[in-house]
Design a binder for this molecule. Structure first.
Ligand SMILES: [Zn+2]
Length: 241
């Protein structure tokens, strides 16, 4: 019996994109067509895989290091967005911290790394920043993906809700709510772009930690982010007309 899994959904999605591309042709780099034939500018997307290098981020109950899952998901998202014609900027695409060479202690490197990521968002003021992280909590029963948004740009909250809706319906049987980024989320507290941070799941829950290490579950997360982003861009277009 054929079980319909996330992998199948993903394969169908990829096939549909390929078929559409064959029939419609690849759209110009700066434009995207929606189902309503509206055409709009594609914003530059900055994908930020959290942590890297000396900064591993959170450690899972089974030893998963957050920075690695963040990078896996971010690279998959980059490939999907690039295939869809977006210009994608990665804050990192390998296991590195992007601190200045003058930074010495680990704390200094972390601060320098975050400042450099913030500088990158300023180079592309009209871009959309999507940061990828994984969560942990002392309560090991907590699971699910949750989206945080920058308080500095009202569009961020709207985009965050689209992503959260996709997470709630595609990967979890619960309705998590979006949250505004506080000062502890440095990049999002200061970024002025449309900026969201996806905490894709809890490494402190052993079941979710195992899932987050699989391509199938990572693809579901990427599909959710991509779908939410497309719906957000379509809504923006309707408002602009
Ligand atoms: Zn993190």
């Amino acid at each position: 019996m054929l079980r319909i899994t996330g992998k199948h959904i993903w394969l169908c999605f990829v096939s549909a994109v390929l078929i559409l591309t064959l029939f419609v042709g690849i759209p110009a780099a700066s434009e995207i067509k929606t189902s309503g034939n509206a055409v709009y500018e594609k914003p530059v997307i900055i994908i930020d895989p959290g942590h890297g290098g000396v900064d591993g981020g959170a450690v899972g109950i089974g030893g998963t290091i957050e920075k690695n899952v963040n990078l896996d998901i971010a690279l998959k998202l980059r490939d999907v967005l690039t295939d869809a014609g977006f210009t994608v900027i990665m804050t990192r695409d390998t296991d590195i911290s992007i601190h200045n060479s003058s930074a010495d202690a680990i704390r200094e490197k972390k601060v320098s790394d975050l400042k450099n990521r913030l500088e990158m968002t300023r180079l592309y003021p009209n871009s959309i920043l999507i940061s990828i992280h994984q969560n942990t909590l002392d309560d090991h029963s907590v699971t699910g993906a949750q989206v945080f948004f920058s308080p500095n740009n009202p569009q961020s909250k709207i985009l965050a809700q689209f992503l959260q809706d996709e997470f709630n319906s595609n990967i979890q049987n619960k309705n998590k709510e979006i949250k505004s980024a506080g000062k502890n989320l440095y990049l999002f507290y200061y970024a002025e772009n449309t900026a969201v941070l996806a905490e894709c799941g809890f490494l402190s829950n052993s079941t979710e930690e195992a899932l987050l290490n699989t391509d199938e579950y990572q693809n579901k997360i990427v599909y959710s982010i991509y779908s939410g982003l497309m719906k957000y861009l379509e809504l923006n277009q309707q408002h602009n007309n």
